[in-house]
Ligand binder design. Structure first.
Ligand SMILES: [Zn+2]
Ligand SMILES: [Zn+2]
Length: 456
């Protein structure tokens, strides 16, 4: 019997109890496993594992099963659980994978020929020199990163050594990186369900103080790596990889503790130019994709923070925010919005960090940019990532797509984990059918436009 995901919600799946079934989905695990959750969409990171029992199947296999970049077809015995609220209602026992016919035998050109965009791409293969030309003709920007090992409570509090970042930026041609502090780290952790959740409320003043330490650490990285800090649009437009540059960013406005005036303080004191409103904690500014809604979207304080950013000249980033938050943010902002790290999904599951086509269109409607990220649980390799970027560009237009690596912030391996690999990513974009000019927009040109508009 073949089961589809809507069968779980409709109750049809309950009638299959005890039967041999087939179901297709993505493994919510980074590596091979014989006990895992199967979900109806690719998981992006630890925060993307489904929590709703109607959007997950607990799988038990006798031999380890290897995750695949596409949906995996599994067969096994279907069991339906009882009313235990903490357990997974649907289970597949004695599971084994049904390989898609001949998929291992399909080489890269065959895969390229299989999709709607791939007919163009199959005709050419960009070499490194061509890829480097595309990079040199633009200002390459990573719009969301924690590279250098700038985040993490222990690293921040013990001033742990940095990882090299300027050298790989120069080697790959990455002109500028948005280095994002994370100010809610003391209050969240990875839970047994592989999701990141807050585990306590912060003490008054705690996240402000932690934010100050975190900003100080980014500036220490800047000095120790010899990075230039970019504080205006003209400087970003002029930036090239020869002088590796930093844009100071924050993931989560938790350090504001609900005080919009602290936007100005961070602008002046820490050269903050890119502020993401929310992260893994429902904070004073609004709701997040990975927890239940508490505010119905953006709060009034969040709206005021956006107005402060618009007035003072900071990029507003709505990554991690709910669709409702994004819709109100779009109605409040007078500048383009950025959603710095995500991927497109036709039907995001509950608590997913992916975004729907409508969610993406709201960002594009402000003239903004959506950064596509590179978790290996979403994209098998750079070519797959480039095809994911192409799907988003097809939906919202090539002027509204960028790259947000979330480097050193992902809970799963990344297919883009060093700036030295930028030419390979550029080549993948060219091979996916983008011309040099459009590849340049994606690699940074679009963010340069939004940054200049936000700061001007
Ligand atoms: Zn994030
Ligand atoms: Zn991040």
């Amino acid at each position: 019997m073949q089961l589809r995901w809507p069968d779980l919600a409709s109750g049809r799946a309950d009638h299959a109890a005890g039967a041999a079934v087939e179901i297709a989905g993505w493994m919510a695990t980074a590596g091979r496993a014989n006990h895992f959750l199967l979900s109806p969409e690719p998981s992006c990171c630890g925060g993307c594992v489904p929590s709703d029992p109607l959007f997950a199947v607990e799988v038990f296999a006798n031999a380890p099963i290897v995750p695949q970049p596409q949906a995996l077809r599994l067969t096994g015995t279907w069991l339906v659980g009882g009313d235990d609220a903490s357990g997974w209602r649907y289970q597949l026992h004695d599971a084994r994978a049904l390989d898609p016919p001949g998929w291992r035998a399909i080489g890269r050109r065959g895969v390229l020929a299989a999709g709607p965009l791939f007919c163009i791409a199959g005709a050419a293969h960009a070499d490194e020199a061509t890829a480097r030309q595309a990079i040199a003709a633009t200002t390459a920007v990573d719009i969301h990163s924690h590279a250098g090992a700038i985040t993490g409570v222990k690293r921040v509090k013990t001033s742990e050594a940095f990882r090299e970042v300027a050298q790989p930026m120069r080697a790959g041609g990455m002109a500028a990186v948005c280095f994002a502090i994370v100010s809610d780290s003391p209050c969240h952790q990875v839970y047994a369900d592989h999701r990141i959740h807050p585990f306590r409320s912060p003490d008054p003043g705690e996240l402000y103080a932690y934010g100050q330490l975190s900003f100080a650490r980014v500036h220490f990285l800047v000095r120790s790596q010899g990075l230039a800090v970019i504080t205006d649009g003209a400087a970003l437009r002029a930036a090239r990889a020869g002088t590796a540059s930093a844009i100071i960013a924050a993931e989560g406005g938790d350090f504001l503790e609900g005080r919009p005036d602290r936007v100005d303080e961070a602008y002046d004191k820490w050269q903050l130019r890119h502020l993401q409103l929310t992260h893994y904690r429902v904070n004073e500014l609004g709701d997040i994709q990975t927890e239940a809604s508490e505010h119905g979207g953006l709060t009034d304080v969040g709206a005021e923070v956006i107005r402060r950013c618009n007035a003072r000249g900071l990029v507003v980033d709505v990554a991690h925010g709910t669709y409702d938050l994004v819709k109100r943010a779009a109605s409040v902002t007078t500048k383009p919005l950025v959603l710095s790290h995500t991927s497109l999904s036709q039907a995001p599951g509950p608590r997913s960090r992916t975004i729907s086509p409508d969610h993406a269109r709201v960002i594009a409607g402000t003239g903004g940019v959506i950064g596509v990220w590179p978790p290996s649980s979403v994209y098998r390799d750079l070519d797959a990532m480039a095809r994911g970027i192409a799907r988003l560009a097809d939906l919202v237009g090539v002027d509204h797509v960028g790259i947000g690596s979330d480097m050193m912030g992902l809970t799963v391996p990344s297919v883009f984990d060093s700036y030295a690999d930028l030419p390979a990513l550029a080549a993948a974009l060219l091979n996916a059918g983008f011309n040099q000019q459009d590849a340049g927009k994606i690699l940074g040109g679009n963010y340069v436009r939004v940054f200049a508009a936000s700061l001007g």
